[in-house]
Design a protein around this ligand. Sequence first.
Ligand SMILES: Nc1ncnc2c1ncn2[C@@H]1O[C@H](COP(=O)(O)OP(=O)(O)OP(=O)(O)O)[C@@H](O)[C@H]1O
Length: 225
Amino acid sequence: MAEEVLVVEDLCKAFEQPDGRLQVVDGVSFRMTAGKSAALTGESGSGKSTLLQLVAGLVQPDAGRIFISGHHLGNMSDAALADFRRRHIGLIFQQFRLIMTLRVMDNIRLMAALNQSVDPEHEAFLIETLELGDQLQKYPAQLSGGQQQRVGIARALNHKPLLILADEPTGSLDSNTSSTVSGLLIELAAGTGAALLTATHSQPLAETHNSIFRLQTGRLDMPTC
Ligand SMILES: Nc1ncnc2c1ncn2[C@@H]1O[C@H](COP(=O)(O)OP(=O)(O)OP(=O)(O)O)[C@@H](O)[C@H]1O
């Protein structure tokens, strides 16, 4: 049986807003296994980014539990959680969030270097697959949007995370570039055995994942598997 990477149990999160308390996540449970991808869909404001931030341990839940490879995030100190996130989670953002003062090569190596876990063969494989070999000495601003996001993907996968969390990873790209980049992300995640959870508005992108989880009024529908 495939290894269970992510287990989310009865997760709840509310925010105080000027017009009252907003229950954004209301008893959400789901599981993901190694090498599988799931898209998280839902209308704007339905809580997709909040759910990703909860799973990344960047926001604390009001109730519920999150296990990543059997480790309960709620039992970790802030320092242990930060260390765990750096080692085992890969984050990909809509606006890429590359470090503009570092060359492409140093951006790609950032997480792996922090973890002292650089694997030159794995790194070379990512660079070749993502066609970044000619860009390594450039700065991010010298690349196209699609190239910058491919650097973001290489950075998120280079330290071999168990779980990749992508928030609208192709939202800033045109539709052709978007489907190339998202195809590479899904293929690489599956190939490295990571579980991939992607928040997206795009139904075509969602349909390229193994499963679709739809957030509606804080709850999860799982119509597609
Ligand atoms: N720190 C916060 N404090 C108060 N309200 C918040 C906070 N973070 C998010 N919210 C609210 O929670 C709701 C869900 O936000 P979230 O960003 O998770 O939605 P989303 O589905 O990712 O939206 P989008 O698709 O537009 O990015 C929104 O109403 C938002 O205003």
